[in-house]
Design a protein around this ligand. Structure first.
Ligand SMILES: *Cc1c(COP(=O)(O)O)cnc(C)c1O
Length: 394
């Protein structure tokens, strides 16, 4: 098997490229058939690429070919967003009466699927502390069908022991699905650790340029066929142009991640020592309580960090206001630095108690380090952290 940078460039070279050097954009809603027999065959070709674009398109197949090789899986598929990937998979894999285990620290949309959507459909759910593999075991019931994992988690960068939880789940015939958005296959391959299905918000690092909404699922072909059967019904189709843009983004994923990793690490180390900063959540810091586990299952730690300002809510808001490069935005994983203050973003959605229960401190800022020059980002963040930066004597 080739290296990851080679795979990102060549894995799709035999998929509907013809003699075009760059992949053509198949901007079509449907395909035509020569005869009734061919038409009938195309109609049942799961994750195919020659019937109807909601069922599959060559641009989807090209992205899937690259993603499967990057994630070390048999197959992959694309969806209209990360949430479309999650809901299609969950609706395919569980039924009324089943039980699902998730994490307390997890992406907000995933939390809402666990706490609102699934219970409404008669699926019971339990959320556990992801830092404790035994908590997953205690949550098991005879009806448990699926575990929804996320590591590192959004926005606290907590780590799940993917191998330990995958082994536990397998022993109990429970499927595991891991959100690999923060790590990307450059830094972590959940399937190599025993996870069944990997999913992504490709809106983030995989595309990397903040100009596409997309989702990805990667895993065994048989499981993806089941998910595809539902995705066709939910209409979670990714537009051909967006699939093409995602593929273009993927070409440089390994290059971009190298810089995101370097910038995340440099910012974490610089801010960790700043007197205005109470705590930095970043798995690459030896001070992270799960640094040893993160080092075992990851080869880099990404560009997202949680910065807890000592001055609380107002200090976090002021820090964001003073950042010169990172703008306030809910997204992450793009070439441009972005930052968000969860406590103020969630004010309209969650009560103060719900925010506190999620473990998010009022002074927490989530910073997504882009691919700008490391020195510029570090100088900017130190200046924004407050006058203390200039007045320090050491
Ligand atoms: C953004 C995000 C999602 C949701 O993906 P969309 O593409 O916005 O639907 C899921 N998980 C994580 C970790 C995310 O950051």
């Amino acid at each position: 098997m080739s290296g990851i940078s080679t795979a990102a460039i060549h894995a799709d070279r035999d998929v509907d490229r013809g003699r075009a050097l760059a992949p053509p954009i198949y901007q079509t809603a449907a395909f035509w058939a020569e005869d009734a027999e061919q038409f009938a065959r195309a109609a049942v070709d799961r994750r195919g690429r020659g019937f109807y674009t909601r069922y599959g398109n060559p641009n989807h197949a090209q992205v899937a070919a690259v993603l499967a090789e990057l994630e070390h899986t048999e197959a992959a598929m694309v969806t209209a967003s990360g949430m479309a990937a999650l809901t299609s998979a969950v609706l395919a894999l569980v039924s009324s009466g089943d039980h699902v285990i998730g994490q307390r620290s997890t992406y907000g949309g995933t939390a809402s699927v666990l706490l609102n959507l699934l219970p409404r459909l008669g699926v019971s759910t339990t959320v556990v502390d992801q830092a404790d593999p035994a908590a997953f075991e205690r949550a098991l019931t005879p009806r448990t069908r699926l575990m929804l994992l996320e590591s590192p988690s959004n926005p606290l960068l907590q780590i799940t022991d993917l191998r330990a939880v995958a082994d536990l789940a397998r022993a109990h015939h429970v499927l595991t699905m891991a959100d690999n958005t923060f790590a990307t296959p450059v830094n972590q391959r959940p399937v190599d650790l025993g996870i069944d299905l990997v999913w992504h918000s490709a809106t983030k690092y995989l595309n990397g340029h903040s100009d596409v909404s997309a989702g990805v699922l990667a895993g065994p072909a048989g499981l993806l066929d089941r998910v595809w059967d539902v995705a066709v019904l939910t209409g979670a189709v990714l537009g051909p142009l967006d699939a093409w843009l995602l593929l273009r983004g993927l070409r440089t994923l390994p290059l971009r991640m190298a810089r995101h990793n370097a910038n995340g690490q440099a910012l974490a180390e610089a801010l960790h020592e700043h007197p205005a900063v109470a705590r930095v959540h970043y798995p690459g810091l030896p001070a992270h309580p799960q640094h040893a586990l993160a080092s075992r299952q990851m080869s880099g730690f990404g560009g997202v960090l949680g910065i807890e300002l000592a001055g609380g809510f107002e200090a976090a808001d002021a820090f964001l206001g003073r950042l010169r490069y990172a703008r306030r935005s809910a997204s992450l994983g793009g070439v441009e630095s972005l930052a968000v203050h969860p406590a103020s973003m969630w004010r309209g959605m969650l009560s103060a108690e719900q925010i506190a229960a999620s473990g998010v401190a009022p002074g927490l800022v989530r910073l997504s380090a882009g691919t700008e020059d490391t020195a510029d980002l570090v100088a900017d963040a130190l200046a924004a952290a407050g006058p203390a930066a200039g007045e320090r004597t050491r």
